[in-house]
Ligand binder design. Sequence first.
Ligand code: ATP
Length: 248
Amino acid sequence: MTGEVVISVNNLTKQFGTFTAVDSINLDVYRGEIFGFIGANGAGKTTAMRMITGLLEPSSGEAIVAGFKVTQHPEQVKKRIGYMSQRFPLYEDLTVSENIEFFGGIYGLTDYQIETQMNLVLQELEMMHMRRTLVRELPLGWKQKLAFSTALLHGPEVVFLDEPTGGVDPITRRQFWDKMYKEADRGTTIFVTTHYMDEAEYCDRVSIMVDGQIIALDSPQNLKNQFRSDSMDEVFVKLARSAKRSDL
Ligand code: ATP
């Protein structure tokens, strides 16, 4: 895959004391691509993603997102990205529509834009009848779909999703991926971490991180060919077997 580079990561490193959580990683992600950021527990994915989105200062190296160096222009970057964190990112004590209003406000939308987006999102998710339901009362799959739409309210160029489908059933996960494909078709770049290797198969390209380093990066098909494997699960097990930080 080639095209316009929207995320460029160069020798990005994070040390916590003497421990190197992310060890000089490099990658480019293209416009409209679904990029899977894969690794075992503790590999360093969340730490890397937090540096790429400007939430955490790198020890060295840099990330450029939507044309801006993240450490130098964090505000410009924030305007152009959406972020769905691993822990459930909506307010449970607010209703569906209150969450949309709240996040629309944070993203700087006008009242008119919020109302327009609200109708679009609720129609697309078929949640119009749930607009006054407290988010805490929604099933997990619905919450996650709503959180994804909320991360897209301001029309970001890139959306970062940290294990967006954790804990939901396979059918709901598949529906979530259909939404991601639709969004990527509109030109949004999607950077997603997942533990589910069937989901790694759905990405345009994936990187595999072990003990803070990216040890493979390519399309799922090329990785399967390269590592003589029938599935991404097999590729992952072969590569992550050597990990010191995981219990594989
Ligand atoms: P998971 O999928 O479990 O979230 P991950 O790949 O996202 O794993 P990180 O959360 O980035 O991994 O953590 C990478 C390593 O860095 C882990 O060993 C973790 O304990 C360590 N780590 C993360 N944050 C800190 C911190 N603030 N201080 C010290 N160590 C940290």
